[in-house]
Design a protein around this ligand. Structure first.
Ligand code: ADE
Length: 370
């Protein structure tokens, strides 16, 4: 099978952007982002993509090998916290391979015909991107097994004893599954991915470059210090960095300032209640609830959810990963615990870990009373 290329005589991959057929609104992308330059901000090629160095190397090898063999890339499972670039990387892979990328998410694949329709419509080499793949229902997942392994669709006709199975052959394709919870995938599904790759939180210098790049696309003047201030508060996440940039751009414009500086960025983000470590109101609520209501833990996720009024899945998938990453939260077998750094961040003294001043005061009190 040959992968479609618009320039068959050239060995260079076709870099024209793929047509993205979105079968539903991606739940992790807000309407604001869809309607507001999101597609122009996205890097189109691996060279334009900043960060995830090791993963980029793995993908470059996969692309080159697949192109040499004139085959699609192996099925790929991307996992990691939201906003780190799983969808972007899938679109880039399609561009680099000169194929189309169809984007969907597991909650939209309710009935068997949802997935069969998508699979039948794939052209040779196309990419099918399924977000939140850990949420597939059993029937849909079972339809995917032969499709992934043998490019075959087994459709059950009729019911009960008279049911028969009809097999349909599919074009060879690449399935890219994205998940924030790799542990929630069943092993038969996980085992059918040839490549399983984790996306990591970005470093400040990588996010600074991303902010500078986005600002250039948005024709927003920004100083390197301004970009770094935004990057510091972006929780290691490009999607958040770009969202903060847009808010700071609004602020700078309304204050009639010529460019985003570090001071303006800090002023704006303080106004939006994004603190110096990038924690927002909900992050701080989770930490202070843990500390004040549960004496710093250990406490179960459901108890934190009930006490804060936040959905437990949102806490687990959106808030916790970054709090764990920066060491403000620890997961223990008995539940979540706030770390000493979390107390200090909220201006509190961690239990049993008193400052040197308090310790000497404490010791002098003991000596006096002896
Ligand atoms: N915009 C969002 N993510 C990006 C990335 N990783 N590189 C460049 N621009 C981006």
């Amino acid at each position: 099978m040959a992968i479609k290329r618009s320039t068959p005589s050239s060995n260079e991959p076709d870099k024209t952007p793929p047509t993205t057929e979105e079968t539903l609104l991606k739940p992790t992308v807000t309407p604001e982002e869809i309607g507001n330059n999101e597609e122009t901000i996205r890097p189109q090629t691996l060279d334009e993509y900043i960060g995830q160095k090791d993963l980029k190397e793995v993908l470059k090898i996969a692309i080159q090998a697949a192109q040499n063999r004139q085959e699609p890339i192996d099925h790929l499972l991307l996992y990691g916290p939201p906003g780190l670039g799983k969808t972007t990387l899938s679109l880039i892979l399609a561009t680099e391979m000169g194929v189309k990328c169809k984007i969907t998410a597991a909650p939209a694949l309710e009935r068997p015909r949802d997935i069969t329709g998508l699979l039948i419509g794939l052209q040779p080499g196309d990419i099918l991107f399924i977000d939140e793949i850990h949420r597939l229902n059993r029937l849909t997942e079972e339809l995917l097994y032969p499709a992934m392994e043998d490019y075959r669709l087994d459709i059950t006709m009729g019911k009960g004893k008279s049911a028969t199975i009809r097999s349909l052959s599919l074009n060879k394709f690449t399935l890219i599954g994205a998940t924030t919870k790799v542990g929630a995938l069943t092993s038969p599904l996980r085992d059918r991915f040839g490549l399983i790759q984790r996306l990591r939180f970005y470093e400040i210098d990588e996010l600074t470059l991303i902010v500078l790049r986005t600002a250039q696309i948005l024709t927003t003047p920004i100083s390197p210090g301004g970009a770094e201030e935004i990057a510091r508060r972006a929780r290691g996440t490009p999607r958040i960095a770009n969202r903060l940039l847009k808010r700071v751009r609004d602020y700078t414009q309304v204050k009639k300032q010529p460019e985003i500086t570090a001071e303006l960025a800090a002023e704006a983000l303080n106004l939006y209640q994004v603190d110096q470590r990038g924690l927002d109101w909900t992050d701080r609520l989770v930490l202070s609830t843990l500390i004040h209501q549960f004496q710093g833990g250990p406490v179960g996720l459901e108890a934190i959810a009930a006490a804060t009024g936040e959905d437990s899945k949102t806490i687990e998938e959106v808030y916790e990963p970054y709090l764990l990453q920066i060491g403000y939260l620890n997961r223990t077998p008995r539940g979540r615990m706030a770390s000493a750094a979390a107390y200090e961040h909220l201006g509190l003294v961690p239990p049993k870990l008193l400052s040197t001043d308090q310790l000497s005061l404490f010791q002098s009190e003991i000596t006096e009373s002896e």
